[in-house]
Design a protein. Structure first.
Length: 406
């Protein structure tokens, strides 16, 4: 990860008036490419849509992302906008159910006239949107990690959908390799929310990679969305004597409840939980900290890394009233905005086809989560993602190492 990124992110959040940048295919230190021309932007606003879970139990997902996106856009406008025009964020809450992402996408395109859309922040919400945005020629940049977000079942790429986070098959495969090769794990059970494409995709990718290496999936159990009772499933899994339970949950509270109940059943010393970035949320430690001791997960960026301290401090100072901590999914949303900014400035236009071509040909773009990302034209997945292996120790997430398959 690039340490230089944090300085520009802090400037974004603190509305610095000295941010400078340049048009081109690479952003400077992960910050805005808006030019501090001194001239106020004018003309019709460039509208960018955002779809997030902004209410209910998972409101932190959308509200934190919207806050950091608005900070970035405010700074862009303070420095001349894009192409001399002001930028406007149009946000919709899609927390109610999966159909809300379809409704929001249609409204953003037909009523709000956005030129690009950030989100949704979950694979089941994003997968159905490919045809809608293709017909309208409006790029969509979700940060759901299931492979079907950007490609169809026949393998063809969705022309106007570009992923703004690592793909699940990459992170799950890396975690499987680390568990087998570095941790010496040979027996794993899985506990999966089968109605969530993200969870299913992660489980499938992990199972494939782990068994190909020689590992064994000794038992499999499932649960419905927003489940709070796991004792029956955990008892069955424990009977198969796994070393770890792989739980690629999309919501942290489910993992917290499962960990507490695993401990109550007396299995916490012999069976640990393993997972993915869906539950890499600081609030998890308030649900189950001690019970998750020794849990292992893989993430695209470690928020406890010193490089993120300045942006976290700046965010807390400005948005402390939200009582929600800055998280990785908010930075994935910011990645999406940086891709959109780069596309508009590279194309010199907000034309949908021109933006699509610029997005598809993005190379070495420095993004908020670290690293330089290049868009793969064949899959619309970013290359250059960095992974961290994290373990829970003393009720805190702590990075163990960086790891890749290469």
């Amino acid at each position: 990860m690039k340490r230089a990124i944090s300085i520009f992110l802090v400037l974004v959040l603190m509305f610095s008036l000295c941010l400078t940048g340049c048009n081109g295919t690479t952003s400077t230190a992960g910050g805005s490419q808006a030019t501090a021309s001194g001239a106020a932007p004018s003309g019709e606003p460039i509208r960018i849509g955002f779809e997030g879970w902004s209410s209910g139990a998972d409101a932190y997902m959308g509200q934190v992302a919207e806050a950091i996106l608005q900070d970035y856009i405010d700074d862009v406008n303070a420095n001349g906008g894009w192409l001399g025009r002001p930028v406007e964020l149009v946000a919709y809450d899609i927390s109610k159910d999966f159909s809300e992402s379809i409704n929001a996408t249609n409204r953003l395109i037909n009523q709000d006239k956005v030129v690009a859309i950030i989100g949704p922040d979950g694979s089941p919400f994003a997968i159905p949107l490919g045809d809608i945005v293709a017909e309208a020629k409006v790029p969509l940049l979700p940060y759901g990690s299931n492979s079907l977000v950007t490609v169809n079942e026949d393998g063809s790429v969705k022309p106007y959908v570009f992923r703004a986070c690592p793909v699940d098959s990459d992170s799950a495969s890396v975690l499987a390799a680390y568990a087998y090769k570095e941790m010496g794990v040979r027996k794993v059970a899985t506990l999966v929310e089968t109605t969530n494409a993200y969870c299913v995709g992660m489980a499938d990718a992990f199972t494939k990679a782990f068994t190909e290496l020689g590992g064994e999936i000794v038992a499999e159990e499932s649960y419905p969305v927003e489940e709070i009772e796991f004792r029956a499933q955990l008892t069955k899994l424990a009977a198969a004597e796994p070393e770890y339970i792989f739980m690629p949950a999309a919501a942290y509270k489910e993992v917290g409840n499962a960990a507490k109940q695993l401990s109550e059943l007396g299995y916490a010393d012999s069976i640990k939980i393993m997972g993915t970035d869906g539950w890499y949320i600081p609030e998890l430690m308030g649900v189950a900290g001690a019970e998750l001791e020794g849990a292992t997960l893989i993430i695209g960026a470690d928020m406890s890394d010193p490089q993120f301290e300045p942006i976290i401090d700046a965010y807390n100072e400005k948005h402390g009233d939200l009582n929600m901590e800055l998280h990785i999914y908010a930075l994935y949303a910011l990645n999406a905005l940086q891709f959109i900014e780069n596309a508009i400035l590279t194309a010199g236009s907000t034309d949908g086809e021109a933006m699509r071509d610029a997005l598809e040909n993005t190379k070495e773009l420095e993004v908020s989560t670290g690293g330089r990302w290049t868009m793969d034209p064949a899959t619309h997945n970013p290359k250059g993602s960095e992974f961290s292996i994290v373990q829970v120790s003393n009720s805190e997430f702590k990075t163990i190492t960086k790891y890749s398959l290469e």
